[in-house]
Design a binder for this molecule. Structure first.
Ligand SMILES: [Zn+2]
Length: 774
C-alpha cells in the first residue's frame, strides 16, 4: 500500500474495557459483599482501583482518550436505568434505603421482589437487565455514577470520554412494566427522556468532558421509519442544546444502513462505526452518503468481539480510505472490549506460536495504538510492528493446526446427499415406531439431571489428586446407575444417562476435538458476576476418538429401555466459542458437523437407537439484519443435517431448543429434519404447539410441560391440561411429554416430585386419547 500521509490528529481510543480485573477481583469483591464478608466501602475501593488500573493500562498502551462509565458493578444498561431514574415501583423502597443494595435487588431480586428480566445484548453472549417502563414513568437524572467516574479519571490526569447508552437504544431495549398495556411502546417516552440526557450531558461538560459518547447499537438492526425519525429528533434536540459537550454517537455489531444518513445529517460532532464482519459495508455506505465532512469518525477496524490478531496492513488501507471521508479519523475496536478476555500474557498452556495469533483486550489496545500511529505518522513509523504482524499472519495461514489436509479434503467431498436422510420422514417414522415400541405420548427428559454436591466434590477430588481416574469413573458410573434406576421407577419411557461426566455442553466436546484451544484465564462476562471461559476454535476440527460412546453404552447396558445419546450440535459448538476468522463460519460448522457425524455413527453402531443433538443457539446466532438471515440459516441447518443424516431409518434423531419464540426460524426448524424436537413451552402456555400446527410441522414434538426455570413442582392436573392444549395443535401419535430443558440446575427433591407428576399426567391424557379412539 502507499505510504499514508502524516495526520497527527488521529488518536487511539476504545469504547470500553473488561471490568473484572486480571484475577476477577470484581467478581470476588461483589460476591463477598453479597455474602457479608466485604463492606460496601471495601467494594467501592476495589471498583475504584480496577477503574484506575484500566485507565492506567490504556494510557500506557498509547490510548489518548479513555472511556469512563463503561465500568459497572453489574450491567451498563442497569446503570442507565439508575441514571435516568427508571426504578421499578417494587424496587423503589430498597434503593431509597440503600442505593447499593437497591441496585443489586434490581439485578438479582430479593426474597420478596422479582429482579428485572435479563436478556442477550444483541447477538453477543453478554446479558443485560431489561428496563421496565410504562406510560406513567417519570425520569429523574441521577448524576452520581457518570459524573463521579468522569471526575475520577480527570483527577488522575486522563483525557476522558464518558460513554453512555444512548436514549433511543435505551428505550428500544426496554419492555412495558408489569401491569402496563403489553402494547405500550417505550419509545413514546422519548420526549420525557431527552431532558434527562440533556441534564447529564451538561453535567459531564461541567465535569471536564470535551466529548461524550452515546451508544446506539440498536440502530444497526432493521428499524421502521418511526424509529429512524425518533433517532433524528433525539439528536436534533440534543445537538441543538446550548450547554453541551461534543457528541459522538457510536454504533457497533453491524452496519448502520438506513440509520447512517440520519446520524450523518444530525447536528452532532462525531460518529463511531464498526468496519468488521458484516459491518464492513459501512465503508461503502459512508462513501455513498458523502462521508462525514467536518466530523470526527471513530473507526472500529479491530474486531472487538473475537480473539484474533488484526491484519494491520489491511486496516491501515481501510483507515487511509476513511481519511478522505471524514474531518478526523480516530482508531478503535469495533465495540467495547468487554466481550473478549483481558490478556493473552496470562495464558501459559497455549503453544507460544499459536499464542502470537491471539489478541485479547490488552493486545487489541496495542494494535489500535499502532494503527493510530501508522495513520498519523505514516506506515514507516510502525514498520517493525507491521513486519511482525505479517509474519504472525503468515505463520497462522501455513500452520498444520489451521490446515489439516485430511479434514479439508473430506469437507470438500461432502455432497448434497450427505446432508439429507435417505428416507422420507413417513418411512422413518414407521420404522422408528416398530423399532422403539413406545406408547403414545411417550415420556422423556431433556438430558441432564441435578448436578449434586457429591459430583462437584468428585470433580474437585480428581483435580486435586485426592482420587484417581478409576475412582472418579466409578463415582460417575454409580451416578448414572442411580439416575437410570430413578427414571425406570418413575416410569419414563426414553431414558438419559444424566450427563454427570460433563462440565458444560460445549466445553466437554471442545476438550475432545482437535482444533479447539482451552484458556486458563480467558474469562468474559456473561452477566453480573457470572463469567464464562469460551473455548477457542483455532484450527481444522477432527475427532481423535469417540467422545460420548463410553458412558452412553454403559448406561444402555444397565437398562432394557432406550437411552438417548446426547450431543451438542455444530451451530451451538460455534456460537459459544470464539470462532476462527480466517474462513467462513459455514466451513467451520461443516468440519464440526463431520466430527459429530462420526460420533453419531459410532453411537448407532453400538446400539443407541435414539440420538439427541441439541441446538439451543440456533436462534440466538441469527444475524441482526434480516437480509443476512437466509444465508446463515442455510449453512446452519445444513450442518445439523450433515451431523445427523448418516443414520438408518429406524434410528431416531431428536433435537432440543431452549426458547419459545421461534416464529422467525420455524422454517429452519423444519429444515433440520429431526424426527423429534423438544422445546420450551410451559411458560408460553403451549403457544408453540399452535405455531407448529399453523406452520404444518409434520414431525414429532415435545413442547415442555414442566418449567425447569422455577423450583415449583407442577401438579398432575396442571401438566395434564397443558398436554390437552398441546393436543389441539399436535396429534397424539406425534406428541412427546417432557420438561422444558435439562434438570442440571434443579434439586433432586423437586425433580422427583415433578417427574412423578409428569408421568401421571401423561398416563391420564394417554387414557383419554386411547379411550376416544377406542
Ligand atoms: Zn434447553
Amino acid at each position: 500500500m502507499a505510504e499514508t500521509s502524516a495526520t497527527p490528529s488521529s488518536i487511539a481510543t476504545v469504547h470500553g474495557y473488561p471490568r473484572q480485573g486480571p484475577d476477577r477481583e470484581l467478581k470476588k469483591a461483589i460476591e463477598g459483599y453479597w455474602a457479608g464478608r466485604v463492606t460496601a466501602e471495601e467494594l467501592r475501593d476495589v471498583a475504584a482501583r480496577l477503574r484506575r488500573g484500566n485507565w492506567r493500562q490504556l494510557a500506557d498502551a498509547g490510548v489518548r482518550e479513555v472511556p469512563t462509565g463503561d465500568f459497572s458493578l453489574y450491567d451498563h444498561v442497569l446503570d442507565t436505568s439508575v441514571m435516568v431514574g427508571a426504578i421499578p415501583g417494587r424496587h423503589r423502597a430498597a434503593i431509597e434505603a440503600d442505593t447499593l443494595d437497591g441496585y443489586f435487588a434490581m439485578a438479582r431480586g430479593t426474597r420478596d421482589v422479582a429482579p428485572l428480566e435479563m436478556t442477550k445484548w444483541f447477538d453477543t453472549n453478554y446479558h443485560y437487565l431489561v428496563p421496565e417502563l410504562g406510560p406513567d414513568t417519570v425520569f429523574i437524572a441521577d448524576l452520581t455514577k457518570p459524573v463521579g467516574e468522569l471526575r475520577e479519571a480527570v483527577e488522575l490526569g486522563h483525557t476522558a470520554r464518558p460513554v453512555l447508552v444512548g436514549p433511543v437504544t435505551y428505550l428500544l431495549l426496554a419492555k412495558p412494566e408489569p401491569g402496563a398495556d403489553p402494547g405500550f411502546d417505550p419509545l413514546t417516552l422519548l420526549d420525557r427522556l431527552l431532558p434527562v440526557y440533556a441534564q447529564v450531558l451538561a453535567a459531564l461538560r461541567a465535569g471536564g468532558a470535551e466529548w461524550v459518547q452515546l451508544d446506539e447499537p440498536a440502530l444497526v438492526q432493521d428499524r421502521p421509519r418511526t424509529v429512524l425519525e425518533a433517532a433524528a429528533r433525539a439528536y436534533r434536540e440534543l445537538g441543538t442544546l446550548a450547554d453541551r459537550p461534543k457528541i459522538l454517537v457510536a454504533s457497533y455489531f453491524d452496519r448502520l444502513g438506513e440509520a447512517l444518513p440520519v446520524l450523518a445529517e444530525a447536528p452532532i460532532e462525531g460518529l463511531g462505526l464498526d468496519f468488521t464482519g458484516p459491518a464492513a459495508a459501512n465503508l461503502d455506505d459512508l462513501a455513498r452518503v458523502g462521508g462525514l465532512p467536518g466530523k470526527r469518525l471513530i473507526a472500529g477496524v479491530v474486531d472487538g468481539r473475537n480473539v484474533w490478531i488484526n491484519d494491520l496492513g489491511r486496516s491501515l488501507s481501510t483507515l487511509a480510505t476513511l481519511l478522505g471521508l471524514a474531518g478526523r479519523v480516530d482508531v478503535a475496536a469495533s465495540c467495547s472490549l468487554l466481550h473478549v478476555p483481558l490478556d493473552t500474557a496470562l495464558e501459559h498452556g497455549i503453544d507460544p506460536q499459536v499464542g502470537r495469533w491471539l489478541a485479547f483486550a490488552r493486545q487489541k489496545t496495542a494494535e489500535i495504538a499502532t494503527l493510530a500511529r501508522g495513520l498519523s505518522e505514516g506506515t514507516g513509523a510502525v514498520a517493525g510492528q507491521l513486519a511482525a504482524n505479517r509474519a504472525d499472519l503468515a505463520s497462522r495461514a501455513a500452520s498444520a493446526l489451521t490446515r489439516d489436509p485430511a479434514v479439508r479434503s473430506r469437507c470438500a467431498a461432502v455432497t448434497p446427499q450427505d446432508t439429507r436422510r435417505p428416507q422420507p420422514y413417513p418411512e422413518r417414522a414407521a420404522a422408528q415406531r416398530a423399532a422403539l415400541g413406545l406408547p403414545s405420548l411417550p415420556t422423556t427428559t431433556i438430558g441432564s439431571f441435578p448436578q449434586t454436591a457429591e459430583l462437584r466434590a468428585a470433580r474437585a477430588d480428581l483435580r486435586a489428586g485426592r482420587i484417581d481416574q478409576a475412582a472418579y469413573d466409578e463415582r460417575i458410573a454409580s451416578e448414572i446407575r442411580s439416575v437410570l434406576v430413578f427414571q425406570e421407577a418413575a416410569g419414563i419411557d426414553v431414558l438419559v444417562h444424566g450427563e454427570p461426566e460433563r462440565n458444560d455442553m460445549v466445553q466437554y466436546f471442545a476438550e475432545r476435538l482437535n482444533g479447539y484451544l482451552a484458556t486458563q484465564h480467558g474469562w468474559v462476562q456473561s452477566y453480573g458476576t457470572r463469567y464464562v471461559r469460551p473455548p477457542i476454535l483455532a484450527g481444522d476440527v477432527s475427532r481423535p476418538e469417540p467422545m460420548t460412546l463410553r458412558w452412553t453404552t454403559y448406561a444402555q447396558s444397565q437398562t432394557g429401555r432406550p437411552v438417548k445419546g446426547m450431543l451438542t450440535g455444530p451451530v451451538t459448538m460455534l456460537a459459544w466459542s470464539f470462532v476462527r476468522d480466517d474462513q467462513p463460519q459455514a466451513d467451520t460448522a461443516r468440519q464440526v458437523a463431520l466430527a459429530l457425524r462420526d460420533e453419531v455413527a459410532d453411537l448407532e453402531a453400538a446400539g443407541t437407537v435414539v440420538i439427541q443433538v441439541d441446538e439451543p443457539a440456533l436462534r440466538e446466532t441469527l444475524p441482526l439484519r434480516a437480509a443476512d438471515r437466509a444465508a446463515y440459516l442455510a449453512w446452519a441447518t445444513e450442518a445439523f443435517r450433515l451431523a445427523t443424516s448418516g443414520v438408518q431409518a429406524r434410528t431416531q434423531i431428536h433435537t432440543h431448543m431452549c426458547y419459545a419464540e421461534f416464529g422467525e426460524i420455524l422454517a429452519a426448524i423444519d429444515d433440520l429434519d429431526a424426527d423429534v424436537i423438544s422445546l420450551e413451552a410451559a411458560r408460553s402456555h403451549m403457544q408453540v404447539a399452535h405455531e407448529l400446527a399453523e406452520a404444518g410441522y409434520p414431525r414429532e414434538a415435545g413442547p415442555g410441560v414442566y418449567d425447569i426455570h422455577s423450583p415449583r413442582v407442577p401438579g398432575v392436573e396442571e401438566i395434564a391440561s397443558l398436554l390437552r392444549k398441546a393436543l389441539d395443535g399436535i396429534a397424539a401419535e406425534r406428541l412427546w411429554v417432557n420438561p422444558d430443558c435439562g434438570l442440571k440446575t434443579r434439586g433432586w427433591l423437586e425433580v422427583r416430585a415433578s417427574l412423578d407428576n409428569l408421568v401421571a399426567a401423561a398416563r391420564e391424557v394417554r387414557a383419554e386419547v386411547t379411550g376416544a379412539i377406542g
